[in-house]
Design a protein around this ligand. Structure first.
Ligand code: DQA
Length: 152
């Protein structure tokens, strides 16, 4: 499939995810975010999707990217990091976007501290994948490919 005929999924990573690999590897694994980006892009090459992979530590920048996705993408995969548990502004931005949104977390947030059990991203999301490490990004892409192929 040529790139021009592919749909674009914007993959947004929030704060501290740039430190993956060295940050609490027992929780988040030893792969870097670059490794995950590479694996996801390789995985996507066998699907009708191309990946626009991003990371920011700034809440406002993430909100600007979500607005941008309204024009530049056909879906969003988001791991908002700790903003998951705090950001009404990111939730509002996601609610304003009429695209399928899949929430991803490397760790199982429900197995961890109580403050991680609530997500402001979930009310705007089609589904959530958490606890499968970096594989969650690949699962999210597969889910997206499935739901958009079936249009449900
Ligand atoms: C995380 C879980 C969040 O609670 C945490 O703040 C992160 C990473 C995850 O991928 O498991 O930064 O989103």
């Amino acid at each position: 499939m040529t790139n021009t005929s592919k749909k674009t999924v914007m993959v947004i990573n929030g704060p501290n995810l740039n430190l993956l690999g060295s940050r609490e590897p027992e929780v988040y694994g030893r792969e870097s975010l670059k490794d995950i980006e590479h694996r996801l892009k390789t995985h996507a090459s066998a699907t009708p999707w191309q990946v626009d992979f991003r990371q920011s530590n700034q809440e406002g920048e993430i909100i600007d990217w979500i607005h941008e996705a309204r024009e530049s993408a056909q879906a969003i995969i988001i791991n908002a990091g700790a903003y998951t548990h705090t950001s009404i502004a990111i939730m509002d931005a996601l609610l304003a976007v009429n695209l399928p949104i899949i929430e991803v977390h490397l760790s199982n947030i429900f197995k961890r501290e109580d403050f991680r059990h609530h997500s402001y991203i979930s009310p705007a999301s089609r589904g959530i994948i958490c606890g499968f490490g970096s594989r969650g990004y690949l699962l999210a892409l597969d889910a997206l490919a499935d739901i958009t192929a079936q249009k449900q």
